[in-house]
Design a protein around this ligand. Structure first.
Ligand SMILES: Nc1nc2c(ncn2[C@@H]2O[C@H](COP(=O)(O)OP(=O)(O)O)[C@@H](O)[C@H]2O)c(=O)[nH]1
Ligand SMILES: [Mg+2]
Length: 244
């Protein structure tokens, strides 16, 4: 067997989960692991800014054997590590694939970032962008690379719609309009039929990928943005930059 062949055999579907802090990325990963772990060999890489909190959450949920959940600590600029310089993440993914070969799916959780951070296609084969209804009904309409062009847009926590005065049907329609027909999935962990649809989407993506029929797309760069420098606690100098 050639080396090339071996690599192909051990190469998992790398699936990124992006979206703002608190929208439910870790919860989505936990649900996917729980429902799909008997069908697929799965590994998880989390991206935390300074801690391994997401990895610890997933370990405490017992969704996978602990050694299949690893944290990459990205420092102050989490979108950089999933888009501009993906080296740390790529190494983590490749190590995981090597250590547990053959894996079917590696899930990569982005560090919670602003609304426009997306994965580089150099790191993931496909990506899910997660919004939640609690972030406001107009978020979907505002668009952006992840909302517009991720392989799947999840509108999470639809159980909360009535509590936060968001018209979920309208939010989903707005999202669909922002996506030119690309899929939008209303989700709540309290509604098992929606979780099943999420699992079906991943099954289908894996199938297409494994058959060589999936072409990774780049949702596009994030908008120019500002964020505090790592040492702004001491100095208070806001530092801004932009990526392309
Ligand atoms: N009501 C409701 N809460 C949810 C749902 N999914 C996640 N959450 C909650 O949203 C919060 C943030 O979830 P988490 O997965 O940590 O978000 P992350 O920061 O994007 O990884 C947690 O308190 C979750 O329990 C859902 O479907 N419905
Ligand atoms: Mg998380």
């Amino acid at each position: 067997m050639t080396d090339e062949h071996k690599t192909e055999e051990t190469r998992a579907l790398r699936l990124g989960i992006a979206g703002p802090v608190g929208t439910g990325k870790s919860s989505v990963i936990a649900a996917l692991c729980r429902h799909l772990r008997d069908e697929f060999a799965i590994g998880v890489i989390t991206n935390d800014i300074y801690t391994d909190e997401d990895a610890r959450f997933l370990k405490s949920e017992g969704v996978l054997p602990e050694e299949r959940i690893r944290a990459v600590e990205t420092g102050a600029c989490p979108h950089t590590a999933i888009r501009d310089d993906v080296t740390m993440n790529l190494m983590a993914v490749e190590d995981m694939e090597r250590d547990f070969a053959p894996l079917d799916i590696v899930l990569v959780e982005s560090g919670g970032d602003n609304l426009t951070a997306t994965f580089s296609p150099a790191l993931v084969d496909a990506q899910i962008f997660v919004l939640d209804v609690a972030g406001g009904g107009d978020v979907a309409r505002k668009g952006g690379p992840g909302i517009g062009r991720a392989d799947l847009l999840v509108i999470n926590k639809i159980d909360l719609g009535e509590h936060v005065d968001v018209d979920v049907v309208q939010m989903v329609t707005d999202a669909e309009n922002a996506r030119d027909g690309a899929p939008v999935l209303p989700l709540s962990r309290k509604r098992p039929e929606t979780v099943e649809k999420l699992c079906d989407w991943v099954r289908q993506m894996h199938k297409t990928y494994a058959a060589g029929g999936h072409i990774p797309i780049d949702p596009g760069p994030m908008a120019p943005h500002h964020h505090p420098h790592a040492d702004s606690h001491e100095h208070g100098h806001p530092h801004s930059h932009s990526h392309d």
